[in-house]
Design a binder for this molecule. Structure first.
Ligand SMILES: [Zn+2]
Length: 289
């Protein structure tokens, strides 16, 4: 009898350890990285828009609807970036927790208040709000993991704060007049507001609309007039526009920055924090000339 009881205890422990992970879905790769950091080993994450992919005009596939319907938690950015998720969530019959990462963010409005900038993650202080929103949603979806989720989120928040301070330090020696950067689409407004950098973009807040010839001509004139040194390619947009701007103005191509998607695991922006550091290194180098 005694021997039996001794055997039963390890068997129970094994059962608890093998509780199936919580299936979650992230609309795009930045949220995948954040969910993995905060998930404390208790979740699996399916990413809909892949690394280096464009979340703006994404067309969901049948496999995406299946992933959403089988998930217990779905994470979206909100502010219009992944607007296609609304219909996907509705049509898949999803009944779980929807985590809106930007729920506590103060949005930047653009174009005289007619457009909302969805790229809030580019300001690390918003990244902290994302982490806390995702942690709260994980706690709601899986209350028995609450302690682990909260501890992982706070450790992550400390890392984000450290990265924010590092970024600020990279720009302290750069005069305000040199803090100008050209990108393809207007994805760095929050970053620019945080660190005092003016970002000029050929395309608007979304990649869904092509820039007009008039807008490009005006940008070319501005780059020449303000002597902006570098034009950056983005990992998830067509490189043609940036190449053309560099050719027309004599600006150099400053490299590829990561705006709306992470890189693959071996790339320079495999995580949210790597992305912030990689972009900052390229931007700051171009300003130092
Ligand atoms: Zn974008």
């Amino acid at each position: 009898m005694r021997r039996r009881l001794l055997l039963a205890a390890p068997a129970l422990l094994t059962l608890a350890a093998e509780a199936p992970p919580i299936p979650t879905v992230a609309s795009f790769s930045l949220l995948t990285d954040m969910l993995r950091r905060i998930g404390a080993g208790r979740i699996t994450v399916t990413t809909l828009v892949p690394v280096d992919g464009d979340a703006h005009g994404y067309q969901p596939r049948p496999a995406d609807a299946r992933a959403v319907s089988g998930a217990q938690l779905v994470a979206v950015n909100g502010l219009g970036l992944d607007h296609w998720m609304d219909r996907l969530i509705q049509s898949s019959g999803f009944k779980g927790t929807v985590a809106v990462a930007t729920a506590a963010v103060t949005p930047r409005s653009m174009a005289g208040g007619t457009a909302t900038d969805p790229h809030a993650w580019q300001d690390p202080r918003n990244g902290i709000l994302y982490a806390r929103a995702l942690a709260a949603a994980l706690v709601a979806a899986d209350p028995s993991g609450a302690t682990g989720y909260r501890a992982a989120a706070e450790a992550y928040v400390a890392d984000i704060q450290q990265t924010d301070a590092w970024i600020e330090a990279q720009y302290t020696a750069i005069p305000a007049g040199s803090r100008r950067v050209i990108t393809t689409h207007d994805a760095f407004g929050y970053y620019g507001a945080r660190y005092g950098i003016e970002f000029l973009a050929a395309q608007g807040l979304s990649t869904e609309a092509e820039p007009s010839a008039k807008a490009i001509a005006a940008l070319v004139a501005q780059i020449r007039r303000e002597k902006v040194r570098a034009v950056f390619l983005e990992n998830m947009t067509n490189p043609r526009l940036a190449q053309m701007l560099a050719r027309e103005t004599g600006a150099v191509l400053g490299g590829t920055v990561y705006s709306d998607a992470l890189s693959g695991p071996k790339g320079p922006a495999a995580t949210y924090l790597d992305m912030l550091r990689h972009n900052t290194g390229l931007f700051a180098a171009s300003m130092r000339g």
